[in-house]
Design a protein around this ligand. Structure first.
Ligand code: AMP
Ligand code: MN
Ligand code: MN
Ligand code: MN
Length: 276
């Protein structure tokens, strides 16, 4: 069974509309898909009805931005109730600083000679209130400032670079509590991407487990095959379930939907109890 529990539509920083994304997943052979837009539930209804038409199973998801010890980390919620009012209100507060942050990013980029980046980035943001670094990366790449979006992150959009503006996102405990109160399971997204030393990574995983975090992503577009093995071992050591998700953002941007290797069958899959 091909299960992909992490991807983005143009409701956040993906390229495809929710229905297009679902049709692409079905064409790629995905059997179970979760849409996990950043801090946003607005695409779920469209995606669910497209999944019904395409004959694939659909899981309501979200990817919540969190600040943990000064580092931005991401927590995916799966099987959440998309109509849960408290979750919706909480995500609204997480989203609320994005436009001001984008203005600040544009001011910093202008200070190093890159003009017009706010307007430029906005052209890629279907939903202006979800403006984020990916939209700036697309603008910087397509206007020829950098070779590609990856280089835009390397040179401008990460801590220490001129276009990076730190943001205070949700607390880890809050994000997990919101997901659980909306009936969902909390999954730590791409834990290999945060650049944490092994003692900090252990602390994060221990804290996440104590908060009743359910799973961590093992096979994700952000991990190398070596990291699949590293995080499989950590899943076992900490007693988590394991998840698999492409983190697809668009055709020719990173991993394709449903294309990554399967989870090691020794691991307990997060979807094991769902009845798909
Ligand atoms: P934001 O929420 O605005 O800070 O943007 C975060 C998004 O930027 C992530 O969800 C990824 O889609 C993208 N991103 C972050 N770091 C990188 C990177 N090094 N290379 C490519 N995309 C990245
Ligand atoms: Mn993203
Ligand atoms: Mn993420
Ligand atoms: Mn993601």
């Amino acid at each position: 069974m091909n299960v992909d529990l992490h991807c983005h539509s143009n409701v956040s920083d993906g390229v495809l509309a929710p229905a297009e994304l679902v049709r692409r997943a079905a064409a790629q052979g995905v059997d179970v898909l979760a849409l996990t837009d950043h801090d946003q539930l607005a695409g779920l209804q469209e995606a669910r009805s497209a999944a019904r038409e395409s004959g694939i199973a659909f899981v309501d998801g979200v990817e919540i931005s969190v600040t943990w010890r000064g580092t931005t980390i991401h927590v995916v919620g799966l099987c959440i109730d998309p109509a849960h009012a408290a979750l919706g209100a909480a995500l609204e507060t997480v989203r609320s600083g994005r436009i001001e942050r984008a203005r600040q990013m544009a001011r910093e980029l202008a200070a190093v000679g890159i003009e017009g980046s706010l307007e430029g980035a906005m052209r890629y943001a279907e939903n202006p209130r979800m403006i984020g670094r990916t939209h700036f990366a697309r603008f910087l790449a397509e206007s020829g400032t950098v070779r590609n979006a990856k280089a835009a992150f390397q040179h401008y959009l990460v801590p220490g670079k001129p276009g990076y503006v730190p943001q205070q996102w949700a607390a880890l405990a809050e994000a997990v509590a919101w997901i659980r109160s909306a009936g969902g399971q909390a999954v730590l997204a791409h834990p290999g991407r945060y650049g944490l030393a092994s003692s900090a990574l252990d602390a994060l995983l221990g804290e996440f487990r104590d908060l009743d975090g359910e799973a961590i992503e093992v096979v994700t577009g952000s991990h190398s095959p070596e990291q699949y093995r590293q995080f499989a071992a950590l899943v076992t050591r900490f007693g988590f379930a394991a998840s698999r998700g492409s983190d697809f953002h668009g055709p020719s941007e990173g991993a394709e939907l449903g294309s990554l290797p399967p989870l090691d069958p020794q691991l307990r899959a997060v979807w094991g109890g769902w009845g798909h």
